[in-house]
Each structure stands twice: as structure tokens, then as C-alpha cells.
Design a protein around this ligand. Structure first.
Ligand code: SAH
Length: 511
């Protein structure tokens, strides 16, 4: 079956919905959203439908379906659970040349209701002609994830400019170039930043051909700790639109794989001891590419504003008049805590959390060790694993109990994640025994005692031999770790027609 796609203007037009259950309710909600005047025909109604009747939003007929009602409607929906009633309604509607949709019955329907992505005035509709509704739904979810909310505002702005764009660029090719820039350049970026007025002004300047608006923008994106499922939707969208991606070494290959294929990827990894020069190079690269009018994504591990030098990069961009956006990422402390089963705060154990770094002598000297040594607070320490002995010594010196539990998380949220647990007095020793390597994050505090019990991801924590985790811990570890992120990764795959698994198996994995 081949369908002719059609968008109907139903505002203030009468539509009859036969049926008063939850399915009918959903149909009515969508019709009301489009401004239709809905009459529902059913002996009984769901509470929501009843409320709409009471509020005068819809009309209600409780008696048995009557053919004469079809005289005044434009469209009919049959949504009862009774096949015979549905078939009767469909037949009567057909005799009157009225389009009818019979819920879950493609054969009886003369119109289908697509899966919709609503960015009014922009609407994207998907149909499988009733053959594979789950596939339509899957595609809808993927597209929903890719399309920013500000797209509606962008379409609205384009609509207002349209008559003048025609006058200004009579040639179709020039018009297309203008629109390509409008939809992907600084104006779109300003709308994403929630700066409607400035977006309108920028659009006016573009229309006037002001060359100062030829610079690109930089989006500072937090890539999260490694698991691609932890990238934000906004981050994913930025990666899909990027011309150039300047990424840190810490950004996982799985996250990079989600980016637009044509985007140029440049690794700007920093080597220890060589920070300064490299940071300047990064600044220069951002500037160069943005000034050439490209859409630059500066992709950082975790969150750009947590030990990520994001602040310095923005100051630099601001000083050079380059527009920017910031997309937060899941920082290592949050990810490692979640994936190791360690709540960072807990009513019984910790009322505050500190994120700190102790990766070199100078950062260690400026820390308030007495404050850090206080009980009932959680420390999340970003650092080189080489500093653990110093950290242990300083905390003990300032009075933190040697029995304070820790969880040292290596490769948090990644496939090779390992968690080493123990007490502060044995921290450096246990890290050495297990040869913990960077990237690793230390969670120190009373809450870390929960790791052996609440762990759920990857291999069980490497506790001291005598650790008894109790029944709950054993039960939790007996289950293989579920990986819902695989499903997410499949949904995020940039090419919707190249699924990593068969669509059926992805559909089956959806709730
Ligand atoms: N901006 C990043 C931190 C960069 S500093 C963020 O918000 O996460 C680098 C340090 O982060 C590493 O030395 C390590 O301590 C920590 N880290 C980053 N990713 C990690 C991961 N997947 N597992 C464990 N620690 C990680």
C-alpha cells in the first residue's frame, strides 16, 4: 500500500470520534491540539474525556451511533473496542466519501495517523502505512532526539522573513545559500541560547548582507565520562551539526562515533607538564576555525566547567568576539558515583559533597585539609593516581579517621570499569596492588561503604578479602549487569537507516 501524505487543517472543523476509552482519549487530545471541534460518541467516557465535556471543550453523544451525524463532519475516527461497530462506522463514512481512521485497523482506514514530531509550525510525520508502527515510533524517537526545541522558533522566523528574502535574492541558488546559513549558523545558535531578539537582529543583518556576521560559533560540549548513553541530547545535536570537532584525549571513541561523519575531528589531548602551550594551541585552533565561518564543537570529557578549563576558553572566545554556547556534561564524580553504586549524599552518612583536584603539589598546597578531613562529607577527587599516597597522608594528618571507606573508580561508566574499595589507611596500598590507572576518580567518605552492596555495573568491586557484602550485595552481583545504554546508543546512531542491530530487536528492547 502506498499512501499519499497529507497535512489537514482541522481548526474549527467538526470531527466525530466514536469510542470513549483511553485510545479515543489520545485521538481526541491530538485533534484538540490541531484546533478541531470534536464530538465523542460513547456510552461511557474516561475521566479526562468527561472533564472535557464538562468544560465544554468537546461535545458528547451517549446514544448508539447514528449515520445522520456524519452529515456535518469532515473526518471520522472509530476507536471503540468493538470490531463490528468500527466496521459499521467505517462503511457509513466511506459511503459519504468521508475519510475515516479505524484505530489499529489499516484495512478499514482511509486515512492513517502518523507518528509526529511537533516543532510547530514545523511538523514531521512518519508512517509505515500500518505495517510497522514500532519502526515509525523508533524513527520518531530518534528524530525527536536530534531536533532542538528551538526549531519551531527558527521556522517562525524564516516565515516572517520569507517575502523579503524573495526580493533580496531573486535567484533560487542564492536564496538556498541564505537559508542554509540561517538554519545552521549564528541565528540558529542565538535561538538555541534563548536570545530571540538578538536572533531577529542577526537575521536582519544577514539579510542586509553584513559581512561581520560571517564568523562561526563555538559550542563547548561536555561529552560525559565515556558511556555514549550519558551524552545529552543537546550535545548530540551539536555533534550532528559540527564542521570541526576539537576533542580531548579523554573523550571516548563511542561518543565521537556519534558525530556527523563529515566533521573534521582534531584531537587536542594534553600531555602532563605541557599544559600551557597546548592550551594556547587549542585557543588558536578554535579561533581559526570559527573565523573561517565553521561550526566548531569543543568537546571535553565530563563537564566543561568542572576541571575542564572551560572558563578560560570562554574568556578567550569572548575577548575575540566569537559567539559560544555551553552544553553541560555528566561530570566524572556523578558518573563514577552512579556506576559504582555510591550515593554522593545520604541522609545517614553525608550532607555535603566536595569536588576537588589534587593532581599536583600546587593544587594540594591550596586545599583546606582541615576542612576536608571533617566527617560526614563526601570527597570526589579528580586526580592522577600517583597522588594517592600524599592525599592519604594529609587527610590522616588532619584527623580523618583511618577507617573512612573509599571507592576508587577506574574507567567509570566504560566497559573496563573497575572499582577498588577499602579504608583510607590502606588507600595507596590497595591502588598499587590493583595497579589502578588513569582515568580514575576517588570517592572518599562514609557513603563509599555502600559500594559493595549497591554496585550494579560491570565487574563487582574489588573489596578487601574479608569484606562481607551481605545477601543483597550477592544477589545484586549474581545478575548480569543490564546495559540500557546499548539501546540508547542504537537510538542515537546518526544514520537511521544503518541500525547496528535489526530494527525488530531494537523495537523489542523498547519499553
Ligand atoms: N571535565 C572532566 C574532568 C577532567 S579532569 C569531568 O567533568 O569529568 C580529568 C580527571 O577526571 C581524571 O584524572 C579522572 O580523575 C577524572 N575522570 C574523567 N573521566 C573519568 C572516568 N571515566 N572514570 C574515572 N575518572 C574519570
Amino acid at each position: 500500500m502506498r499512501l499519499y501524505p497529507l497535512f489537514a487543517d482541522l481548526s474549527r472543523r467538526a470531527v466525530l470520534v466514536v469510542g470513549g476509552g483511553l485510545v479515543a482519549e489520545r485521538k481526541v487530545a491530538a485533534l484538540l491540539h490541531a484546533g478541531a471541534q470534536v464530538t465523542v460518541n460513547a456510552p461511557e467516557l474516561t475521566p479526562a474525556l468527561r472533564r472535557w465535556v464538562e468544560q465544554g471543550t468537546i461535545a458528547h453523544r451517549a446514544e448508539a451511533f447514528r449515520e445522520a451525524w456524519l452529515d456535518r463532519v469532515w473526518l471520522v475516527v472509530a476507536a471503540t473496542s468493538d470490531r463490528a461497530t468500527n466496521a459499521l462506522v467505517a462503511e457509513m463514512a466511506g459511503l459519504r466519501r468521508l475519510f475515516v481512521n479505524v484505530v489499529d485497523d489499516a484495512r478499514l482506514s482511509s486515512f492513517h495517523v502518523p507518528a509526529v514530531i511537533d516543532r510547530a509550525p514545523l511538523t514531521i510525520a512518519i508512517s509505515s502505512g500500518g505495517h510497522a508502527p514500532m519502526l515509525s515510533r523508533l524513527l520518531r524517537e530518534r528524530l525527536e532526539a536530534l531536533l532542538d526545541d528551538s526549531l519551531g522558533a527558527l521556522a517562525g522566523l524564516a516565515a516572517r522573513l520569507r517575502p523579503r528574502v524573495r526580493l533580496r535574492f531573486p535567484a533560487a541558488a542564492a536564496r538556498r545559500r541564505f537559508y542554509e546559513r540561517l538554519f545552521a549558523g549564528p541565528v540558529a545558535s542565538l535561538l538555541r541560547q534563548g536570545r530571540q531578539r538578538e536572533a531577529r537582529i542577526a537575521a536582519e543583518r544577514e539579510l542586509a548582507g553584513d559581512p561581520s556576521f560571517d564568523t562561526g560559533t563555538v559550542v563547548l560540549v561536555g561529552a560525559g565520562p565515556g558511556d555514549p548513553g550519558l551524552l545529552t541530547l543537546r550535545g548530540l545535536r551539536a555533534l550532528n551539526e559540527a564542521d570541526v570537532i576539537l576533542h580531548d584525549r579523554l573523550v571516548s571513541a563511542e561518543v565521537l562515533a556519534l558525530a556527523r561523519r563529515d566533521a573534521e575531528r582534531i584531537e587536542v589531548g594534553k600531555q602532563a607538564g605541557n599544559h600551557r602551550a597546548t592550551q594556547e594551541q587549542i585557543h588558536r585552533l578554535m579561533l581559526e576555525h570559527a573565523q573561517a565561518g565553521r561550526r566548531v564543537v569543543r568537546l571535553k570529557g565530563g563537564d566543561p566547567f568542572v576541571f575542564g578549563r572551560g572558563g578560560e576558553e570562554l574568556e578567550f572566545l569572548r575577548a575575540h568576539g566569537i559567539g559560544y554556547e555551553v552544553v553541560p556534561g555528566i561530570t566524572a564524580a556523578l558518573a563514577c558515583a552512579a556506576y559504582a553504586g555510591v550515593p554522593l549524599t545520604h541522609r545517614d552518612h553525608a550532607q555535603s559533597v566536595r569536588l576537588l583536584t589534587a593532581h599536583c603539589q600546587s593544587s594540594q598546597d591550596t586545599l583546606d585539609w582541615a576542612a576536608l578531613a571533617q566527617e560526614r562529607q563526601t570527597l570526589a577527587v579528580y586526580m592522577g593516581v600517583g597522588e594517592l599516597a600524599t592525599l592519604q597522608a594529609r587527610l590522616l594528618e588532619h584527623g580523618r579517621s583511618p577507617a573512612t571507606p573509599f571507592a576508587l573508580v577506574e574507567n567509570g561508566s566504560r566497559r573496563g570499569q573497575r572499582v577498588v574499595t577499602g579504608a583510607l589507611a590502606e588507600l595507596a596500598g590497595r591502588a598499587t596492588v590493583h595497579a589502578v590507572r588513569s582515568p580514575a576518580l576517588l570517592i572518599l567518605g562514609e557513603v563509599a561503604a555502600l559500594a559493595p552492596t549497591l554496585a550494579w555495573f560491570g565487574v563487582p568491586p574489588l573489596g578487601a578479602a574479608a569484606h562481607d557484602t551481605g545477601d543483597a550485595g550477592r544477589a545484586a552481583r549474581a545478575r548480569p549487569a543490564a546495559r540500557p545504554d546499548d539501546v540508547l546508543a542504537a537510538l542515537h546512531r546518526p544514520d537511521p537507516f544503518a541500525p547496528a542491530r535489526s530494527p525488530a530487536s531494537i523495537a523489542g528492547a523498547l519499553p
